[in-house]
Design a binder for this molecule. Sequence first.
Ligand code: ADP
Length: 270
Amino acid sequence: GAPLLLSVRAVLLSNDGAVVIGEDRSADLRFSQTRRDFVANISHELKTPIGAIGLLAEAAEAATDDPEAVKHFLKKLIAEADRLNELVSQIIALSRLQAADSSTDARTVVVADVIAAAVSRTREQAEAAGISVSSSVQPGLTLHGDAEQLETALTNLVQNAIAYSERGARVAVSGQETVGEVELRVSDTGIGISDADQKRIFERFYRVDADRSRASGGTGLGLSIVKHIASAHGGDVSVWSRPGQGSTFTLRLPVQSAAGDPADREEVPR
Ligand code: ADP
């Protein structure tokens, strides 16, 4: 995390983005370009809430003789500060995942616990949106992986399913085993995603509708985090969707992850 944040500061302080990659001399050019794009995107994404916070603070200052107006601006300012906080947390989460896939803390994970955690973490959001989340899981299902990361990935998918559905809709979460793999599936009957957008939604900061994403507290990083977590486990994430009908996201994870530590591998023989 730290080197990335230093790089961000360099970009923000200099006129020339190229300065950033000073520590990268040994890396290949493509990697540097990807990273430069990421840093440029981050700067852009951070500017939106920071700009809004500045404007709202000025509006509040100018409205001192109207306590109701001050309250209104401060409320919006707090919401923007929350957004900024969420964005920075997700940027840090993603940069950690990118920096060290090796830090995956692999153990035997009970799939039912991962699902229960994701459902519980999204309960408030679901209640506020009037959406019911149901779950089903094959009994006794386990896999080898990092429980915390898997909970994060599944939570992101459930958050999206809720955010991109209409009030009264249902979201279904399931876990089942196929040949040597665990499938975690999140289905919604929401707005759906066009074929063209399905190809891009796993990119960092890509959003089909930036206003809707922002309104639901989205950062555009959720799915790229899911993708990183899936590949750190030797698995993948895919989407099926039809506009107007809904979407199903499937996380496929090998039961026996490559990232495991030898001690744990003995416990769960292949
Ligand atoms: P965000 O924070 O904007 O939700 P994500 O990376 O999680 O960012 O998702 C990227 C984009 O993919 C979203 O902005 C949205 O347009 C689309 N998307 C993700 N999940 C769904 C879903 N379940 N239904 C419809 N669109 C979705």
